[in-house]
Design a protein around this ligand. Structure first.
Ligand SMILES: [Zn+2]
Length: 149
C-alpha cells in the first residue's frame, strides 16, 4: 500500500493512534469516498449490505451459508449489528475486532462485551430501527452453527 493510500484510509484529520488496525478497513466502516474509521459502522453501508446482499468486509456478493460475527450477547438476542460476511472474510473481521482490545470498534462501545461469537446461517431478517438514531439489526433465521471465536 502506498503512503498516499494509507493516508487517505486514515483520513487527513484522523488520529492514527485511535485506529487499532491499519490493514484494510471493512467495507461497512467506509464512507462513500472510501475512507474509513474502524470505530464506526456507516449506517448507509449497513443498509447497502443488507439490501444488496453484499459482504460487510469485502463488498462482494454473498453466497450461502452466511456468517454473522457479534458478541455473545448479540448471539443470545439473535440480533447482530454487523452485516453478514463470507467465510473467508471472518478472519479479517475478527482481526479488526480483536485489535481494538476494549476500545470502541465497528459500532461496539468501549468496554462492552468482547466474547466474539460466530453464527453460520442460511438467511437473515433485517430489523429496522424504531428510532431515528437506532441500529439496524441482522436476525439470523436458519442457524446452522454457533461458536465462540
Ligand atoms: Zn467478503
Amino acid at each position: 500500500m502506498s503512503a498516499g493510500l494509507r493516508l487517505s484510509r486514515l483520513g487527513l484529520g484522523g488520529d492514527p493512534a485511535r485506529l487499532p488496525h491499519l490493514a484494510a478497513v471493512p467495507f461497512v466502516a467506509t464512507d462513500p469516498g472510501g475512507a474509513g474509521d474502524v470505530t464506526l459502522l456507516q449506517r448507509a453501508r449497513v443498509v447497502q449490505c443488507a439490501l444488496s446482499r453484499v459482504c460487510g468486509v469485502c463488498a462482494q456478493t454473498l453466497d450461502r451459508p452466511l456468517h454473522l460475527v457479534g458478541t455473545a450477547d448479540e448471539a443470545d438476542d439473535n440480533a447482530f449489528r454487523l452485516p453478514p460476511v463470507h467465510a473467508a472474510c471472518v478472519a479479517d473481521l475478527l482481526a479488526v475486532l480483536e485489535a481494538a482490545g476494549d476500545g470502541e470498534v465497528l459500532g461496539h462501545e468501549a468496554g462492552a462485551d468482547r466474547r466474539w461469537t460466530l453464527v453460520t446461517t442460511g438467511g437473515f431478517d433485517l430489523v429496522r430501527p424504531t428510532t431515528r438514531d437506532g441500529l439496524h439489526l441482522f436476525r439470523p433465521n436458519a442457524v446452522v452453527e454457533r461458536r465462540a471465536v
